[in-house]
Design a protein around this ligand. Structure first.
Ligand code: HEM
Length: 307
């Protein structure tokens, strides 16, 4: 049985560390072996501090994939869809490796991060380090519950994990990341009704606005438009708020059995339709980074290190 990486379908945690690296040397075999050691490190911390609910995801950037595993390519591997429309941007940024560390203890996230950096040091530069935290019972910093429409139970695996249709990559997942920076001052000036209008949900109880209350340019309407089966989200998100007293935002991470759901959703949000509708939330938050990755199964990473 192929084993998917534990962090892909893990429940939300209290803390996360999002690490994005660029690879600076040309030694793919050394990297293949180091990736196994990172998986071992995550398992060790998971066993040793089981109460912290440790998990992780380690994913390979689409460009670097061709260097790391040149002979075997996931069927749908695709670059990040660098999309721009008017003043709305979804830029691509450097990223050969992306590592998500999740736990209910910030000290454990930190300890794992430090050991990963030690392991990878000669081969990589750390492009970006972002600390995510759970905010007010699973809310984004806009104050709205985030992740409510994520699939649950076994549905998570159907949505997030590649099945038998790409046998070499069963157990893998297509990951997209974007770091959004919110303009909190501008957002907080909006009256509650306007905020709810933009998200398409009630702020306190998270109820979906419907009928004429659901604006065509709300986040919910724009994302539902690009979701083929209205009852099931086509991707699983592992988003978390981040920030300090001067900068705040959302680190977005989606996991799916194909890159297509994310690409379609992003287009629907950024590109205005014939009536000029786009996702109004983008007037209050800006994507500053973006990357497309593939997180192979644990089985795949271990097998490839032996060759
Ligand atoms: C700053 C960035 C973002 C914020 C603050 C945000 C916030 C939210 C919130 C509050 C909800 C409603 C609760 C829920 O169902 O999870 C939601 C739903 C959703 N979001 Fe986002 N989101 C962001 C970016 C994105 C991106 C980049 C995508 C995809 C490309 C996306 C896709 C979705 C989808 C598919 C839903 C479910 C819609 C539904 O059926 O109700 N979001 N988001």
């Amino acid at each position: 049985m192929t084993q998917a990486q534990k962090g892909i379908c893990a429940e939300p945690n209290l803390h996360a560390l999002f690490l994005t690296f660029t690879v600076v040397d040309d030694d793919p075999q050394a990297m293949r072996v180091k990736l196994v050691r990172i998986l071992d490190l995550l398992s060790y911390f998971d066993d040793e501090y089981y109460e912290a609910m440790v998990s992780g995801v380690l994913a390979i950037g689409t460009n670097y994939w061709y260097e790391l595993y040149p002979d075997i390519i996931p069927r749908e591997l695709a670059p990040f869809p660098d999309i721009h429309c008017e003043d709305r941007n979804a830029p691509n940024s450097p990223g050969d490796l992306f590592i998500l560390i999740k736990a209910d203890r910030i000290d454990i996230c930190h300890a794992i991060g430090v050991e990963i950096i030690q392991l990878l040091k000669p081969h990589v530069d750390l492009y970006e380090e972002v600390r995510g935290f759970r905010y007010l019972d699973g809310r984004d910093l806009t104050g709205f519950v985030d992740g409510a429409e994520n699939p649950r139970g076994m549905k998570k695996f159907d949505v997030a994990i590649v099945g038998d249709d790409d046998p070499d990559f069963t157990g893998g997942s297509y990951l997209h990341i974007q770091r959004y920076q919110h303009n909190m001052q501008k957002w907080q000036l909006l009256p509650l009704a306007k905020q709810q209008h933009i998200i398409g949900r009630g702020k306190t109880d998270n109820t979906l606005l419907d009928g004429t209350d659901l604006a065509s340019d709300s986040h919910t309407a724009r994302t539902q438009l690009a979701t083929p089966n209205k009852n099931t989200s086509a991707m699983l998100t592992q988003n978390m708020p981040y920030g300090d007293m001067s900068t705040q935002g959302l680190f977005f991470v989606s996991c799916a059995n194909s890159p297509q759901p994310f690409i379609k959703l992003l287009q629907s949000r950024v590109i205005a339709d014939e009536d000029g509708n786009y996702d109004k939330l983008l007037d209050f938050t800006t994507a500053e980074t973006g990357g497309a990755f593939f997180a192979p199964s644990v089985t795949f990473i271990k097998q490839q290190a032996k060759d």
